[in-house]
Design a protein around this ligand. Sequence first.
Ligand code: ASP
Length: 438
Amino acid sequence: MSVTVVKFGGSSLADAAQFQKVAAIVRADASRRYVVPSAPGKRCSGDRKVTDLLYASFDAVRAGEPFETAFAPVRERFDGIARELSLDVDLESEYRAIERGYADGSRDFAASRGEYLNGRLLAAYLGFPFVDAADVVFFDASGRLDETRTYAAIREMSQRLPQAVIPGFYGRGADGCVRTFSRGGSDISGAIVARGVGAALYENWTDVSGFSVADPRLVTNPRVIETISFAELRELSYMGATVLHEDSIFPVRAVGIPINIRNTNAPEDPGTRIVQASDAPIRTGKVTGVAGKRGFCVITIEKDMMNSEVGFTRKVLSVLERHNISYEHLPTGIDTLGIVLHAELLDGIEDQLLSEIQEAASPDHIEVVRNIALLAVVGRGMVRSKGIAARLLSAIAGADINIRMIDQGSSEMNIIIGVDEADFERAVRAVYVEFFVY
Ligand code: ASP
């Protein structure tokens, strides 16, 4: 029977009522056999995520507050879920073990207990075995996932257990202690479990019905993208579209397991499917989505005959390398070179950097243009299709916005434009209206 790994985010498991929805989803499809929960998230706006409560409680204990008072807000969340669902889980012993862990554990250990306890409760509620992520997800000495050991352990688990709940967000470090991924990392755990058990599908259940064609905070009711390739998703998430942790695509993409983003609060919605490019139908001439971010700057460098000076760009970039600065884009002209980077990277070192570039490459002119926002218009349907750039540029011009930079990725799958930050929202809306409002 094919296997689906289901990951539920924090809002999907924020309280007892959400647990009931989750159980109904798991039970509705027998292939949903391995479940990866996050810690309980916010129940309403203004509420706090359990992971945040855990970090705060650990810091408070370290600052001298008694465990019982510091941990009370966390305890209240889990006791409430267990009570409302009449779950027979010995939470008291778990809390005592956590108290001991706080005494000699790390902040990572504390943060991981949200997923751990939620996993315990969900396993009891579903009647599935519980598998501690620290026994199947391993990091190496440099803090990276130990793929060989992890996938072998998950495979072995799946041969032993036809169903299981495996908490997200953490694993075991090379020193034997609990380690977490970065925030939002349960998405990565779900992808790792999907690959380890050889799943046919990785379902990621959250509180939206998929990726929107544009940021819903900037345009009203944008449509949901039905199918998107991993490469397009990477472009859009890099540019700020946040539904899924950026790193979560790598484990599944490598072996071609599709991801389906679904909405726990609207399980009938099909959501967004993220698939290999070869499985994504190409809609020639169509754009898949638009995303963007503020906070960039451009170092603009001019020098006559730059095009014929061998090694010019290398000399400039070696200065950045010395300062351990990575750049985002490198638009060039015959006698000009632009280096687009995150503006905060220049804080405190701008003058020094410019004088080093001056010394290394002797440009005629160099300046930093700040307050730039970038917009990425992404779509596999743009490849070798005519007219998209023209439509994009005239939409921006039509909104009376000046374009500061244009960069088309060599894959022809994205066009990036830079505009003044003040024009950012209008630019996104103009692109949205041009490509998505028929
Ligand atoms: N609970 C963790 C966080 O809030 C991990 C996750 O939810 O994916 O970041």
